[in-house]
Design a protein around this ligand. Structure first.
Ligand code: FE2
Length: 395
């Protein structure tokens, strides 16, 4: 019996996203003919494979999706994981989220608390039971060290906020996937995203969207020596990492931190359990395609353990200035317009991405363009990332 006779085919359609001759990103697909209010276990499996394979998918036309069904889908992707958002319950997130929860309260949808309301401006008189809420939060580039003048921003000049994966990097393992449903967003005028570094780069997109880069492509761009090093090395993240960097500022292109010595001392982070501190390989292997991603969340990295073969004693780098310099060389290569995908979302579309293979970032826009409403959900995974080589158990 052939495998296809055992596992039924997907009932939905997956179409790789088209790109212009100038674009060099190699990920992204659109999913049609699927109703997530009523999806079979077989299709959940196929959808999961589609996310791992295409890295970013946009599931079209889910306008009538019940919020609880988005959460159920997330749990069905990883049925043996603990049934909690990867950043924990709202109370913990709002008190321990540091940089992530600063100056904003994160709201769950009533009856589906793990589905988080994300957006900007007035959310309507009654949004699934959230009454008359206006989301006000600092502009996302306020986090950058180099100021973006207000009048330039109001004229539509914006920046990538912070390239990242969705990962608590303490306690729980990061979600395999994140799901983000677009309920409302402005579609015009376009914003002009500026790098505002020495590169002079910029690109234009519709407002209210999320940008992606592939850390698989980043890995492919590395030299053979760099790959050998990355394949055998690992990273130790700070305890409560977002509190640790709560006073730090970011680079204007959204990638990495400016080193000002503002990381908190470990004794100022409150209680932490050493066994919850995360140590992950530098390279994460895609369980479906076998591809390798250079997956280092640089802003939270406190120590690198570098070696280029299994038997070698690792060189420990615990100076954040050196850590950031080393990562910047590798990670900035892919931070060019031709490698960045900003998938357009119609109201009702859900974007889902392979969080273990990608970096993504928000892109702010002037409030005068109109309100934005998104529903985000992911789940701490049942098994964490797997590298090409094991980390020695004494590490
Ligand atoms: Fe995110």
């Amino acid at each position: 019996m052939s495998p296809s006779a055992i596992v039924p085919e997907a009932t939905f359609t997956v179409t790789p996203m088209s790109k212009s001759a100038k674009e060099k990103h190699n990920f992204g697909a659109t999913v049609t003919d699927l109703d997530l209010n009523d999806i079979s276990d077989v299709d959940v499996r196929h959808l999961s494979d589609a996310i791992w394979t295409h890295k970013v998918i946009v599931v079209k036309a889910q306008k009538d999706l019940a919020p609880i069904k988005q959460w159920e889908l997330v749990t069905r992707f990883d049925p043996s994981s603990p049934q909690v958002h990867s950043h924990g319950d709202l109370k913990t997130f709002n008190s321990k989220g540091g940089l992530l929860s600063k100056s904003r309260e994160v709201v769950g949808i009533p009856g589906a608390e793990n589905v988080r309301l994300i957006g900007k401006g007035f959310q309507g008189e009654d949004h699934y039971g959230v009454k008359n809420m206006t989301i006000t939060k600092p502009l996302s580039h306020d986090w950058h060290y180099k100021e973006l003048p207000q009048e330039e921003f109001e004229a539509g000049n914006v920046r990538f906020q912070r390239w990242h994966m969705d990962a608590p990097l303490y306690g729980r393992d990061p979600a395999w996937f994140t799901t983000l449903r677009c309920l409302k967003r402005p579609t015009e005028p376009q914003v002009n995203i500026r790098w505002d570094d020495d590169s002079g780069l910029s690109m234009k997109t519709e407002p209210g969207l999320t940008a992606f880069i592939s850390n698989v492509q980043m890995y492919e761009m590395m030299t053979e020596d760099e790959k050998k090093m990355a394949d055998h090395s690992w990273v130790e993240y700070a305890p409560h990492p977002y509190m640790w960097i709560g006073d730090c500022k970011g680079n204007s292109n959204g990638l990495g931190l400016v080193s000002q010595g503002k990381e908190k001392k470990l004794e100022d982070l409150g209680d932490f359990d050493p066994k919850d501190v995360k140590t992950y390989p530098m390279v994460w292997v895609n369980p479906v395609t076998g591809e390798k991603a250079f997956q280092v969340h640089g802003i939270c990295a406190r120590k690198l353990f570098l070696r280029s073969s299994l038997g070698e004693e690792p060189r420990v780098v615990d100076d954040v200035v050196e850590i950031r310099k080393l990562l910047k060389i590798i990670q900035e290569r892919v931070l060019k317009p031709e490698y960045i995908l900003v998938p357009a979302l119609d109201e009702g579309d859900i974007v889902m991405w392979a969080n273990y293979q990608m970096f993504h970032t928000a892109i702010d826009y002037p409030g005068s363009y109109g309100p934005r409403t998104m529903h985000q959900a992911n789940i701490a995974s049942s098994t964490g990332p797997v590298g090409p080589n094991p980390i020695p158990s004494a590490a």
